[in-house]
Write a protein that binds this ligand. Structure first.
Ligand code: SIN
Length: 294
């Protein structure tokens, strides 16, 4: 169903899947009125992922200014920079480059061309970003689609037995590996999940703007439910991850150049499918600052 506020020039078109809506009638380079800003924040609360098509030619300052409509920004974490991601290009600290492109034999951005497993951006830090805003500058001819899963819905549809087993649990979110499984520089490999480095967050979190509960899983590799027997932790995590990735909670986005997609890390996980490394993909990402999950 399409919604158009009487006095506003924007149209909100839900994807028809478990989350996501396209916002039409907007040029994000223009200064948005207070009413449009408010309508966008409301749409973000409701749909969790917003798509803005046709925003070609945006520069980093314009992307940053647009992201600020949704809150103050958060810089890329040092651990990504020290891994060589985004450190070879001249971009503002608020911008993370996601790309497989190499210049003089060095990657200009993060994640390469491989599959990025389901994850929540930067969940390995104590205060992960509330949102991520990804802008498509170059898109490969095939592959590289990004999928989103609704973690409110995942929790709401989880069987009671598993909910009660994890309702007070905390989980460690591994900082040693990226979402493609690459080792971050300066962080030793994990040999025992009970020693996984990274933030410890509640498995059930509360969305600070809506009060709704969501599953918060972050990243599967090297995860451990704190104080659980490792075998039991693995069993429960496998169950939670299988359920969270069920296609009934998912919307897959097929990119076009000029797309901006903004997602809510407090209620959404995402994954990126691989694409041919001989083709080019260039995205710039900004992060909306977040607080400590509770
Ligand atoms: C990310 O995980 O933030 C990037 C997703 C993508 O490359 O589509």
């Amino acid at each position: 169903m399409t919604a158009r506020a009487e006095t506003l020039p924007i149209e909100i078109v839900p994807t028809g899947f478990a989350l996501g809506a396209e916002i039409r009638g907007i040029d994000v380079r223009r200064k948005l009125s207070a009413e449009v800003g408010e309508a966008l924040r409301e749409a973000w609360k409701q749909h969790l992922v917003l798509l803005f098509r046709g925003q070609t030619g945006l520069n980093d300052e314009e992307l940053i200014a647009f992201t600020r409509v949704f809150g103050p920004l958060q810089d890329a974490p040092n651990s990504e920079v020290t891994a060589g991601f985004g450190s070879f290009s001249d971009v503002p600290p608020e911008v993370t480059i996601i790309s497989n492109i190499e210049v003089d034999g060095k990657q200009i951005g993060a994640l390469g061309a491989g599959e990025a497993d389901w994850h929540t951006d930067m969940s390995f830090i104590d205060e992960p970003p509330a949102g991520s805003c990804l802008y498509a500058i170059e898109i490969p001819p095939a592959g590289g689609n990004t999928s989103f899963t609704n973690m409110h819905r995942a929790l709401d549809t989880l069987e009671e037995e598993t909910v009660s087993a994890v309702k007070d649990a905390r989980c460690v979110h591994d900082e040693s590996l990226t979402s493609t499984g690459a080792q971050r520089q300066g962080v030793p490999p994990v040999t025992d999940v009970r020693e996984t480095p990274g933030a410890r967050h509640p498995v059930l979190r509360t969305h600070p703007d809506t009060g709704r509960k969501a599953l918060f899983l972050g990243r599967r590799r090297n995860a451990w439910l704190i104080d659980f027997d490792v075998e039991e932790s693995e069993r429960l995590l496998d169950r939670l991850w299988t359920h969270a990735a069920d296609e009934s909670h998912v919307w897959e986005h097929r990119w076009r150049e000029g797309d901006i997609v903004l997602w809510d890390n407090r209620a959404v996980m995402h994954r990126r499918e691989p694409f041919a490394p001989t083709t080019r993909r260039l995205m710039h990402r900004t992060q909306v600052a977040g607080g400590r999950p509770y």
